[in-house]
Design a protein around this ligand. Structure first.
Ligand SMILES: *[C@@H]1O[C@H](CO)[C@@H](O)[C@H](O)[C@H]1NC(C)=O
Length: 289
């Protein structure tokens, strides 16, 4: 009796363990990897079948990955990508169609979606668009704008089509777009549902660089992040913070903020090293101090 019982108990426990492992091994919504140099964290949205449609669970994983990279001293720049087909479609409409005001208000619906905009380290966003026309719309466009430098495929599409659903953008679309491309063009996109491609996005100042359709936007973004990673971290973080202040502060306040940060950098070893290296015609060695 004992002999036949033993293997069956073991088998049952093994089965239970396997079932538990399977149920906890849901596909991650965000993938992370480190570039070859070890200095750039590549964070990739991972809902390919849903065109990386945005949802609160995806943002929970994205925010955690961003915070981890921000706090990791080895990471000097971050690449945010949706892969080489698409960046991100808008929010999942089916998930929000029955939402009510009280619930949205009490639980601060979309409140956690802006976390990427508070990361200290430079973020290079890679917006693909190969053979996909309905991406980077709504939330996807808003998330892309939270990156510091945006690289896009000439085939990328940007739009804020919320008005077609009887709503307006809620993840920064009306505010960030206005700062990037101006009021009239933002109104064209938000009120008239105008969509633009990557070439226009670059002409309008939404993107910094355009990549031909056959080239990998993620690879280009990693190259730019590696370039940033060669410089001292204190100056890179200070540069990001100060440029972002331009979108928030009136000019005199912004100029004062810039000057204070500029003056403060004379307390860093990297300023002494950078200027000494320049005078001695050698390459600087940054200590991030
Ligand atoms: C982007 O849009 C402009 C203006 O509509 C158009 O002239 C251009 O051909 C488009 N580019 C691509 C790659 O589709």
């Amino acid at each position: 009796m004992l002999v036949t019982l033993r293997p069956s108990v073991a088998a049952r426990s093994a089965l239970k363990q396997a079932a538990r492992a399977m149920s906890t091994q849901a596909e991650p919504l965000v993938l992370t990897r480190r570039s070859d140099s070890g200095k750039v964290e590549i964070i990739q949205l991972n809902r390919p079948k849903a065109l990386n449609a945005l949802s609160s669970p995806l943002f929970n994983e994205l925010n955690a990955a961003m915070e981890k990279a921000d706090n990791d001293p080895e990471v000097r720049a971050i690449v945010l990508t949706g892969g080489d087909k698409v960046f991100a479609a808008g929010a999942d409409i089916k998930e929000m169609k029955d939402k009510e005001f009280a619930d949205a208000y009490k639980n601060n619906f979309l409140g956690t979606w802006g976390k990427v905009g508070t990361i200290k380290k430079p973020i290079v966003g890679a917006v693909a668009g190969y053979a996909v026309t309905n991406a980077q719309l709504g939330g996807g466009c808003e998330l892309a704008m939270m990156a510091d430098i945006l690289i896009c495929s000439e085939k990328a599409t940007f739009g804020q089509p919320e008005i077609t659903l009887g709503i307006i953008p809620g993840g920064g679309g009306t505010q960030r777009l206005t700062g990037l491309i101006g009021k009239s063009r933002t109104m064209d996109m938000v009120l008239a549902n105008r969509k633009i491609n990557g070439t226009e996005a670059a002409q309008w100042g939404l993107c910094a660089r355009v990549v031909p359709a056959e080239q990998s936007v993620t690879e280009e973004a990693v190259k730019i992040a590696e370039q940033i990673a060669k410089f001292g971290q204190v100056a890179a973080i200070a540069g990001k913070e100060t440029v972002n202040a331009a979108l928030e502060l009136p000019l005199q306040e912004g100029l004062r903020f810039e000057r204070r940060i500029f003056q403060a950098l004379f307390a860093t070893k990297d300023q002494k090293e950078g200027m000494a290296a320049f005078a001695e015609k050698r390459k600087p060695t940054w200590s991030d101090n």
